[in-house]
Design a protein around this ligand. Structure first.
Ligand code: GLY
Length: 324
């Protein structure tokens, strides 16, 4: 039997041997055919976000820079009431935001339930780049953001405050009601060097319990990137995305040879099979890109759209879905 000491020795030797592949530019893994740059994001507000991301990709920039620039558009838009500034608050009237990023090297950063910071995605990126950690939550995430020079702001717009006050009249706690409620932006991109990255950012479920965190800042649930295979991101009721390890599963299915749409379909069907009683009340939707630049999405329910931008132009597609 391998002793612990021997195992550590073997692991250390293995790690030394692995130094070279880890440092090889990801271009090494590029497929034979040039996929060209592409950015993909959830919902129709992805159109404007993609436009911003495309500026970076068109200039041969890095996919990570593209997605980080793109998602800042809905984060700063007070009319988008499910992301960043103007996001609908929790049931205590507090706007709490979730976000994560993942790059082509497998690095990841995330903030959960952060308050008062308009661009949680930018904080998540700094968690990835400037700390030895992956996730910072709540007060700790806010403190880190302030230390990094972010401005503390009131993110509750008068419109969102009014909507919350209207909700308070009944205070009906129905976290399964997704309509007009869940519009996370998940954005994934492949750059002209063939590298993949992604970002996911949201204010989460409207009128949620204070402290509730969905899938969006959870690596492997709301977002997953493997530069050898592809990337996937999610939107919808985060609890169900988490329960099927949604995006990590999609990337693994693509690794086994499924196309992006087939992989998204398979994972949506797992939600449908495991939680048949919930299908009528929830939405769960995924988009994915593979290393060859093929892309697609699939949703549990009708109505999901995703935006795309590549050298052929931009567009918005109606996703295929499981149920009306
Ligand atoms: N998908 C976003 C959330 O559940 O919070």
């Amino acid at each position: 039997m391998t002793s612990r000491r021997k195992f550590i020795q073997q692991t250390t030797a293995g790690a030394a041997a692995l130094t070279i592949p880890f440092n090889v530019p990801a271009k090494t893994f590029r497929p034979m055919t040039d996929p060209g740059a592409l950015v993909l994001s959830t919902w129709n507000f992805g159109l404007k976000a993609n436009e911003e991301a495309w500026k970076v990709l068109k200039a041969d920039g890095r996919a990570l820079d593209a997605v980080c620039a793109g998602v800042k558009i809905p984060e700063a838009d007070p009319k988008v009431t499910s992301v960043g500034y103007g996001g609908l608050p929790d049931r205590d009237g507090r706007v709490t935001l979730d976000s994560c990023v993942m790059d082509e090297f497998g690095n990841a950063g995330s903030v959960c339930a952060i308050e008062h910071i308009m661009h949680p995605s930018s904080v998540a990126r700094l968690v990835m780049e400037k700390t030895p950690h992956v996730i910072l939550v709540g007060e700790g995430a806010l403190q880190f953001a302030i230390d990094q020079g972010f401005k503390k702001e009131n993110l509750l717009t008068p419109e969102s405050e009014q909507a919350w006050k209207n909700w308070l009249k009944t205070g009906d706690y129905k976290p399964i009601n997704w309509e007009n409620n869940h519009d996370t932006i998940g954005m994934i991109a492949i750059d002209s060097k063939g590298n993949l990255s992604g970002c996911c950012t949201t204010s989460g479920l409207a009128y949620k319990m204070h402290g509730r965190v969905g899938d969006s800042p959870i690596i492997g649930a709301g977002l997953f990137v493997d530069n050898e295979v592809g990337a996937a991101t999610a939107t919808g009721n985060g609890e169900y995305v988490i329960k099927v390890a949604g995006t990590a599963m999609i990337v693994e299915l693509m690794r086994q040879g499924k196309s992006p749409v087939e992989a998204c379909h398979e994972v949506v069907m797992r939600v449908a099979k495991k939680f048949p009683d919930k299908v009528k009340d929830i939405q769960t939707a995924f988009i994915a890109i593979n290393k060859h630049g093929e892309y697609g999405g699939y949703a549990l329910r009708k109505g999901f759209q995703y935006a795309h931008y590549n050298t052929e132009g931009f567009g918005l597609s109606d996703s295929e879905f499981f149920a009306e």
